[in-house]
Each structure stands twice: as C-alpha cells, then as structure tokens.
Design a protein around this ligand. Sequence first.
Ligand SMILES: [Mg+2]
Ligand SMILES: [Zn+2]
Length: 237
Amino acid sequence: MVVTAVKGKDLYSGKLETWEAGGMSMQYAFFVDFDGTITLEDTCDMLLMRYGNSRLWGINEQWENKEISTRECITNCLAEMRLTPEAIHQVVREAAIDPHFKSFLAMTQEQGYPVYIVSDGYAQIIQGVLARECLQVPYYANELHYDDHYTVSFPHFAKECGRCGTCKTSLIKQLAKPGVHRVYLGDGTSDFCAAAGCDTIFARGKLAQYCRAQQIPYRDFQSFQEVLLWWETVTKG
Ligand SMILES: [Mg+2]
Ligand SMILES: [Zn+2]
C-alpha cells in the first residue's frame, strides 16, 4: 500500500508526501470532536451545570433540537452565566480526557497523519486542556474574549450553513483535499452534518443514535483504544 502522509514540520501545512507501504494509494485525515469525545465530560455542560439555570438548560435543549443556532445559544448562555476567568480555569483543570487519546495521537502523528480537533465549544478550554496534557493538536472552535465579562466570536462560522458557530462540515472541506479518506470521531448534535460527509465514522451517544436513524454506517467506540485497534488493522493492510 502506498500511504501518502503529511510529515515532520509540514504536519499541518497540508503539504503531502508519499511513503511506501505496498499496493494502493491512500491518504487519511482525522477529524475529532472535543467535548465528550476527547474529554470524558462535555465542558460546555460542566459550565452550564455550575453556572447555568433551568432557563439556560432550556435554551441548550432548543439548540439540541436544532431550533436555534449555536451563535444564539452561546450568546444567550454567556450573557446570563456571568463566567469569570477562574470558572474557565477550573473547568480546564478538571476536564479529564480519554485515557487512550495520547496513544492515538502519538501513533497517528508519528506516522505523519493529520489530526484536527473541530469543536462547536470554546477554543480557550481546548487550548487549556491541551497545554495541561502537553499535547499539540490544531483546533478550530469558537473564541472567548474577556473584558469584565465574556463575549464570544465565531471565526469558523459558515454563512451557507448558518446553524453552527464553528461549521465542522465547511472546515473538513477546506482541510481534507478530495481523495483523502476522512475519519470522523464524535458523540453529539454538532457532529451530525460533518460526520455524514466523512468516509469512516466513529460514533457514540447522540451521534450513534443519529447514524442508526439515518442508516449511516458507523463504528461504535467507547474509547480511543478501539480507534487505535482499527487503525492498526488499516495500516497493516
Ligand atoms: Mg461532543
Ligand atoms: Zn455547519
């Protein structure tokens, strides 16, 4: 298999080079949800649990039901939660990650395959958790800004979508060139659209329910260990 991989300092520049592993030519890229996929608990839910109220859970429910956009949901929630930087730091300290995520990352990065975190949550939390774990992974998410209170911006909003704060579908189109085998890993509502457009889907939770309802083939996973085992069978051909 001839596996075309992104290597070394060009890891995330999108520059591809080829290494030999026998028969067919294949490129892979991994797109990984953050909350509830890399972290065991959804960090946005952690914030809501600590600083939210029943009205905000109601707004979150409307978002889950696709009745309102992420921008509407987050803007409303942030205005009412009155978060402090300490509240964010506390979630960063406490959000545990999947015990096998590091091995997954070490293996794919060492082999030169790109892994991207795509999240409709908060970049500052992702960045904090990655720093805490001494990990380097490119991530795309909504940005928090603090100036006496928190506001949010949506640098990866896509007009043609309008629903997502960070449109994963549009990011994947930009990051994976045609012909690249896209592997998606996720657990929630914000993953539905993006996962459906990928070639291999690892799903649990609401994403798994959605795939079943839509008859989209997917692989069940409880942890990154299952992803690693699958990856070993793929790379060994
Ligand atoms: Mg999630
Ligand atoms: Zn979208």
